[in-house]
Design a binder for this molecule. Structure first.
Ligand SMILES: *Cc1c(COP(=O)(O)O)cnc(C)c1O
Length: 365
């Protein structure tokens, strides 16, 4: 089976370096928030061109902490998309704020600027912009919308590690960016991890207090924070994997290019071309097909795994009945949820595996 994720075929030298990193941490006897976390925070901030990075426990917490660091909470509305990982919306709710869901642009799956404009009202304090599938797009429009409305722009970068808009890395364009290092992400730990990046010293300082029980100095808690610390082993592993990230991303782009030229079946639609090569890191390669479930079954019999991101839009989740949405409805999100299919595009795929995936898609009738 050609899998969506395969953590066992990484380069042997990366595996060696990771084993050494784990050994180093075990020998140090220091396990949570220490020198490895600080080193990784510096390296990740530098890779992003951000002044600050704050290691946290996961991507969902990174979004919650970003909102709380900006003093967004009860009574405040936050606009985001219905086509995202559930964590995006759950983080807004956990911060005490009220999510309002916008529709998507059907050719990219990304939140629609026009729909978001309809969602902005007097109580809106921020947009959480999800760089879905690894795509960074229309950042000039998003900045203009947020600046003219006087609201914050938080980037959900859980799928867009080091994607660039012109020369700016995702997460450095708005007020701050929330990253996830869940194992399946482009930069993944061997467990949970996350980070918040920002150019603001104030947000950095607040986030560092929030992640550790709201503790400013030992046993002093000026705010009610959370327990969202990054541990030393994950930070040490992430630092090793960060060295490989650009190379792995380049491989994803080669695979995506092969899919774009190779997939010729008229029943299988591709999403729009990215703005430029650097603006898409292909966390996921997503196609659309009106007979999506039949296509997934056909791929399975051809030995190709596929998933759907996401088959149920947030506003159709049982726990989200009554959630606020664009008054014009979320038609494109619903259509996308019914037709989208993600095919393997992780960096460890061989050329032969890529060819098998293309053949499997083209032989679907
Ligand atoms: C994975 C993901 C998250 C949540 O990250 P976790 O580390 O799993 O908490 C948030 N938003 C998006 C878009 C994601 O893909």
């Amino acid at each position: 089976m050609i899998r969506m994720n395969d953590f066992t075929s990484d380069p042997p030298s990366l595996r060696e370096a990771q084993l050494e990193a784990v050994q180093r941490v075990l020998d140090s006897g220091w396990y949570v928030l220490g020198p490895e976390v600080e080193a990784f925070e510096r390296q990740f901030a530098a890779a992003c061109g951000a002044r600050h990075a704050v290691g946290v426990a996961n991507g969902m917490d990174a979004i919650e902490i970003a909102l709380r660091a900006l003093s967004i909470g009860p009574g405040d509305e936050v606009v985001t998309t219905s086509m995202t990982a559930f964590a995006t919306v759950l983080a807004i709710v956990r911060a005490g704020a009220i999510p309002r869901l916008a529709d998507i642009n059907p050719v990219t799956g990304l939140m629609s600027v026009d729909s978001a404009k309809r969602c902005v009202g007097p109580r809106t304090r921020a947009v959480v912009l999800v760089h879905l599938y690894g795509q960074v797009a229309q950042m000039d429009d998003w900045k203009e919308l947020c600046e003219s409305a006087g609201i914050h722009l938080i980037e959900d970068c859980a799928q867009s590690h080091l994607a660039r808009w012109n020369n700016q890395v995702a997460g450095t364009i708005g007020d701050c960016g929330a990253y996830s290092f869940y194992p399946t992400k482009n930069l993944g730990a061997a467990g949970d991890g996350g980070a918040l990046i920002t150019q603001s010293q104030d947000i950095d300082a607040r986030a560092k207090v929030l992640r550790n029980y709201g503790q400013s100095q030992r046993y002093h808690h000026p705010v009610l924070g959370l327990n969202s610390r990054l541990d030393e082993i994950q930070a040490a592993l992430l630092a090793e994997r960060l060295r490989w990230l650009e190379e792995f991303t380049a491989r994803r782009r080669v695979i995506a290019a092969a899919y774009r030229t190779g997939i010729t079946n008229p029943q299988v639609q591709l999403l729009a071309q990215p703005h430029d090569i650097n603006s898409h890191v292909y966390h996921l390669f997503v196609v659309r097909c009106t007979r999506r479930d039949a296509l997934a079954a056909h791929l399975k019999t051809s030995g190709v795994e596929s998933f759907s991101h996401y088959p149920v839009p947030i506003h159709h989740q049982a726990s989200c009945s009554g959630i606020l949405i664009d008054p014009a409805g979320l038609r494109h999100s619903e259509e996308h949820a019914a037709t989208c299919l993600s095919i393997p595009c992780q960096h460890n795929l061989t050329d032969a595996q890529v060819a098998t995936v293309v053949d499997a898609l083209n032989s679907f009738t």
